[in-house]
Design a protein around this ligand. Sequence first.
Ligand code: HEC
Length: 115
Amino acid sequence: MLLLMGLAACKEEAPQPPSASDLQRAESLRPASAELRARYERSCLACHTSIDAKAPLTGDIAQWKPRLGKGMDVLVKHAMEGFNAMPPKGLCADCSEADMRALIVFMSQGKEEQR
Ligand code: HEC
């Protein structure tokens, strides 16, 4: 019986495929503001806490780093207009551009920015 698939040791090297703990962290994080939290929970969360959606996981700094390299303005534009499998506004019809920016900061760093 091959039950030991290997509990990945704590390696901090090149970005790796998301692990179970990356997924767990993504699922547990929420924006501090109640308003943002509500928007996040009804839109971004569905894809950005799912490995199958192939979206960068919330709070997974390694996955967000190359995205952040494009510059925040580009990320906000992509979030507003859509980007590949990422739908326009992330399906959050009432999200403003400022909401998107705050959500991206939250998802990419696990922190929240002032709005
Ligand atoms: C239906 C699924 C889905 C939802 C809902 C969703 N996303 Fe995404 N998102 C994706 C996928 C898939 C990608 C990766 C796209 C790619 O790189 O090809 C992505 C990528 C992104 C990126 C990176 C864009 C870039 O230029 O690299 C940002 C920023 C983003 N999402 C923000 C959000 C925000 C904010 C929300 C909620 C308001 C949200 N997403 C909701 C699927 C989703």
